[in-house]
Design a protein around this ligand. Structure first.
Ligand code: S3P
Length: 436
């Protein structure tokens, strides 16, 4: 088991960047694979989740070069060119991989089985499988909600009009992928905006996709056309350093080339409401995605009531936002965030337990949490194998009065393989140890 120890007294300084965006990296492989021609990708995240997506496509006969410093090429096989996998597709820890692939594979001429690790096997799949069944998909699930998914490919999917019950980019994207193989129109209605990388990328690959207000419509295209993609650095990974620099005395950092897609910047809005000093400079476009350099300085934070409409726009950043709340003066409250309970871990309960372990009062509610800012003591925290919980408590070490140890940190490699090195270089006093 990989554990981290963080000593007090660190700070964050300097100019650096973080690895490529996880959501866009997954999608670059998926769309590149079913496009016609060769797609080149720069800035690909070589984390375990995206490598699981890559392996799944190799298992379906797609030639993808081994990534070198985030550069790779994909020999697209076209919409009808995927081959039946000879084995079960193991998607590891990755909810994005399994939900997007469920949609893509529902409309193939072959059958497939999708599974993942112990955490993924506990994550709900009926949210994607039920609407896929409405499209004509034939999919069995363990206990009608969990992986493994047994997908019996169907060549006669039909488009649907589907108002989604929850804001979920994974469900939206899975349905749009099925829509690429369905007759008639596929229209998805979102209850609130969620990340729109699928929509932007489909347009980039030449698919006619119509986004109007909260509705997204596409029809089966003739083809996807190969392209070049430069993937921005992941704001969800930058978030750890943004909060770290905000809470560390004397900190001052510049994070380069970070994706600032408006469906992902809830973290910036929330921290600015709390009083953080964050500036976005050098704003520009990288392909169809906006990027910027982000300047962050140490600042004093105040507790707030987090606006519920920002929840889907900061969905992956709540573990680190809770660390900011622990360092703020006053109480921070969050509601309408029940989705956090079905991420890589139950992020409401696991964060509350970890905060309590380091001397912070955190009370859980059904769909959120109330955190009373205070002095962070040291202590021992269990990450429950959740990468974002582990990295969040690592950054908490910047404001703690004593040593914090974090148990079960291996899965940081799913989204941020060089986190330890980068954090050390920037000034966090963090060490790894392996315990049998
Ligand atoms: C993702 C969507 C989000 C997010 C996940 C990545 C994506 O999940 O939590 O890390 O790439 O589409 P939901 O859409 O299920 O909220």
């Amino acid at each position: 088991m990989l554990n981290y120890t963080i000593l007090p007294g660190g700070t964050l300084q300097g100019e650096f960047t973080v690895p490529g965006d996880k959501s866009i990296s997954h999608r670059s492989i998926i769309f590149g694979a079913i496009a016609e021609g060769t797609t080149t990708v720069a800035g690909f995240l070589e984390g375990m989740d995206c490598l699981a997506t890559m392996q799944a496509f190799r298992d379906m006969g797609v030639k993808i070069t081994q990534p070198v410093n985030g550069n790779l090429t994909i020999k697209g096989v076209g919409l009808q060119g995927l081959q039946a996998p000879k084995k079960i597709l193991d998607l590891g820890n990755s909810g994005t991989s399994i939900r997007l692939l469920a949609g893509l594979l529902a409309g193939q001429t072959f059958s497939s089985i999708l599974t993942g690790d112990a955490s993924l096997q506990k994550r709900p799949m009926s949210r994607i499988v039920k609407p896929l069944r409405q499209m004509g998909a034939v999919i069995e699930m363990h206990n009608e909600n969990f992986p493994p998914l047994y997908i019996h490919g169907q060549e006669n999917l039909q488009g649907i009009y589907y108002p989604m019950p929850m804001a979920s980019a994974q469900v939206k994207s899975g349905l749009l992928l099925a829509g690429l193989y369905a007759s008639g129109k596929t229209t998805i209605i979102e209850p609130a905006p969620s990340r729109d990388h699928t929509e932007r990328l489909l347009a980039h690959f030449g698919v006619a996709i119509e986004c109007k207000g909260n509705s997204i419509t596409l029809e089966k295209p003739k083809k996807l056309s190969s392209t070049h993609l430069t993937i921005p650095a992941d704001i969800s990974s930058a978030a750890f350093f943004i909060v770290g620099a905000t809470i560390a005395t004397g900190a001052n950092i510049i994070l380069k080339n970070i994706g600032i897609n408006p469906t992902r910047t809830g973290i910036i809005k929330i921290l600015q409401m709390m009083g953080a000093h964050i500036e976005l400079v050098n704003q520009r476009l990288s392909g169809k995605e906006p990027i910027a350099d982000i300047l962050v300085k140490h600042s004093k934070l105040s507790g707030i009531s987090i606006p519920p409409e920002l929840v889907p726009l900061a969905i992956d950043e709540f573990p680190i936002i809770f660390i900011a709340a622990a360092c703020a003066e006053g109480i921070t409250t969050l509601g309408g965030a029940e989705e956090l309970r079905v991420k890589e871990s139950d992020r409401i309960q696991v964060m509350a337990d970890g905060l309590n372990a380091i001397g912070i009062t955190a009370q859980v509610t059904r769909d959120g949490i109330a955190i009373t800012g205070g002095r962070l003591k040291g202590g021992h925290v269990h990450s429950h194998g959740d990468h974002r919980i582990a990295m969040s408590f690592a950054m908490a070490g910047l404001a703690a009065q004593a040593e914090i140890t974090i148990q079960d940190c291996e899965n940081i490699a799913t989204s941020f393989p060089n986190f330890l090195e980068l954090a050390q270089q920037a000034g966090l006093k963090i060490e790894a140890s392996t315990v049998l």
